[in-house]
Ligand binder design. Sequence first.
Ligand code: GCV
Length: 841
Amino acid sequence: MAFVLLFVYAFVGATHTKAEEGAAAWLRYAPLDVEAARHYESLPAATGLLGDGLVLKTAQTELVRGLKSMLGRTLRIGSGIPTEEAVLIGTLAQLRDVAPDLKPQQELRGDGFWLTSAQVHGHRCIVILGANDRGALYGVFTFLSRIARHLSVSGLNEVQQPSAPVRWANQWDNLDGTIERGYAGRSIFFENGSVRTDLTRVSDYGRLLASVGINGCTVNNVNADLRVLDVDFIPQLARIAQAFRPWGVQLGVSVDVSTPKTLGGLDSFDPLDVRVAEWWQKKFDELYRAIPDFGGVVVKADSEGRLGPSFYGRTPADAANVIARSLRPHNGIVFYRAFVYNHHLDWTNLKNDRAKAAYDIFHPLDGKFDDNVIVQIKYGPIDFQVREPASPLFGGLQKTNSAIELQITQEYTGQQRHTCFLVPTWKQVLDFDMRVDGRSTPVEEIVAGNSFHRPIGGYVGVVNVGLDHNWLGNHLALANLYGFGRLVWNPNLTPESIIEEWTRMTFDNDPLVVRTISEIQLASWRTYESYTGVLGLQTLTNILGSHYGPGPESQEKNGWGQWIRADSQGVGMDRSIATGTGFVGQYSNDVQNIYEPLASTPDALVLFFHHVPYTYKLHSGKTVIQTIYDSHYDGVESTNRFVAEWKSLHGLIDGARYQDVLAQLTYQSGHAVVWRDAINDWFHRISGIADVKGRVGNHPDRIEAESMLLEGYTPMDVNPWEGASGGKAIQCTDTKQPCTVIIRFAGSSGWYALDIQYFDQNNGVSKYQVFVGNQLVDEWIADLHLPATEPNGDSSTRRHISGMALRPGDEIRIEGIPDAGEFAPLDYVEIHKMELISPAR
Ligand code: GCV
């Protein structure tokens, strides 16, 4: 019977007939085929639990679930001293009672664990032991992960320790159910001002987090709603805590420092006012009565229009400490965000620099924060750009706990519509050596508390999962959540090993699948960078709106301080000590020696630190302007390769996820062209320097919509101009009837591909139909929910139609049917000759 069952599982696993939505993420526990399953034949048939804690019970349930799914075997559940061969789960302290002589070679710390094989009371056992219950759960996930990746579990003797005690997720969910910078549907926590009734997804999220060692989660936006501490709300928060608890995930919330006044009814929120201190104390006593294992709070203050201690002339340390002291009796932590800056900076003053703000404000306060405060520092000095140097503040706090804040939600890196695997960039920042006092002090050692002997510290990832089945709206984007957990558990892991693990568990162990997906993911960050913000320019997106499509002009001439200082002669922010803003001076001498001289600054960050002429020759030997042009073309090529590579996996992964990812990568390759042309055209216009390869501003296959024969359509100016080819589009404002454009094909007979550039806004669902002669050859609706209500670089989208047989004189007609506020806009059509190799899938 066992054999038959195994066979059935193997069959299902091998043919990928099952449609998958991605909800299981990397915890699919896909059935092993017969060959792979054979390696686990000698696994014990039972599992024993050495303790009775909630998290330990979860660990045992997870073990049974995983093995049942992967091997088709249901382990017998037991507890206490083993009476047969078993997989034993417990803590080191519990093992001592059962097998006092059994000890790991090294001491287990924090949430660490030990996997080993041993004789316990005369029975051969696999032993999964945690330093605490949570560690045992992590050990079980690791054990299951090995089987999912077809690795041996016999003769194990492996100790794993987390690199840092704090490994938290932040969610930016609003109580109304929306999520700030969330790209995967509505909140799993809140709806209409309350905590959701059904918290199944919260529990599932807790499981995902635990599976990669994340031990805390704040659930509401750092732009905090005051009601989160309301007396009626606390019992609702307790329900979230309950859903997380079995997974060892501590609940946290974001709080607003003005709460004692705005919610509490005091006439002040001055952190040095004793009544304010008493208010916080009472509030947290109340909260801990409802949630005894509450983890702590995140504070965003004096930032982006939020109130803060500066209102009373007080410091961030005053504000953090008053809250910290009320949490201390309960072992709670305050994460005080260093993302404090003036967003009304005078851009005309060349000495002004937003990048300096965090260090300027927090470094003088070093040593003034209580021991249960962690200063939470974004990885770079600006704001989650596609590339930034490590924040100098990491080296500027030696007597203060710190944590690095990374962003899993892809606010500035394609919003999960573009694939951008961020582990390589995080890894670079974590490995960066701040060289404090001339000694080795990499960021990862600082935040772990090792460099300066701090009691706590670690990692925070802004995740923003939503109700979408696959959590982040894009199957490939989940690698960032997995990668965050794995990297912060062990910063010595490589992006290559992390992505391989993830791919094996999320998709398949087939070598082609592993190689192809790994290659796409590992290339994706540099690809995204190459068409959105090269040479340290930051992400040249529309920073005043969506943070999504191209918008280089929006960086400049406003108070937000994300300036790139581009003019007709050159580009880049001079942040040097000698002639610039002096930002470089916030780093240690050794790091200054890298960034102060133009000659030693790496090309990848040169325009972050220096203003140079467009004709300046980089280390690569190329000029700045030609590098900008070339890299945008290379980026598009790379996105085209992603599509081709993905297609090679047809039939090797389940159909639903195959199609989802194909659609997403195809969209990305079209939007990369929008980025390429917008940024290159913008630099071409501002610099007046031609592309030596003659591509920029020159598109021989392109026919602008405004130059076509229009029936009902009218031309319009697109704002900003670089968001459309030639700065213009056409739209069909007569909503009562469809509009048409006509192209008379003038090329030679053959096979062609059509790229139709249209705009997909979120305020209507236009329909498009394409005819050759009278034959309808393609139709689609514009319903991608892109973040725009106008035709622009956010909404510009490509429809690719391949395999079209065209003859000279053929009439190509596009009919646009507008809907609501979206007037079926079109930008251009490109007609490319193509070789027919294989039918398009
Ligand atoms: C939660 C950026 C984002 C904001 C975010 C802020 C922050 O500015 O655009 O949406 O607010 O960072 O991290 O506080």
